[in-house]
Design a binder for this molecule. Sequence first.
Ligand SMILES: [Cu+2]
Length: 119
Amino acid sequence: MNSVFRVTALAMALVMAPAISHAQARHVSRTASPQASVATLPNAAVADGEVRALDRAAGSIVIKHGPLMALNMGPMTMEFVAKDPALLAKVKVGDRVRFTPAQAKDGTLLVTSLVVASN
Ligand SMILES: [Cu+2]
């Protein structure tokens, strides 16, 4: 009996763990873009995303992102150009990242900061 209970408890813990971390991730993204900084500095709101592809030679990165209020953009997977190619040195495909999207004067969508999100 006792060992059956332990196995059940372990299974439940394994099922619950991803749900909890997902809820936390949602909470983080909900609080990540204070209205004040969106209003005063439209291109500088930090966003959350997941790296889907990388081209370090070209200095480009494909990020799956949620809504980007600052750029009036819904959730999508899209390519950004790294403002500084060195930003791409520490990330890899599959990483969850926090990044700052910005639009250059010629319309190019840039990433001006990029860090791997701590889980
Ligand atoms: Cu986009």
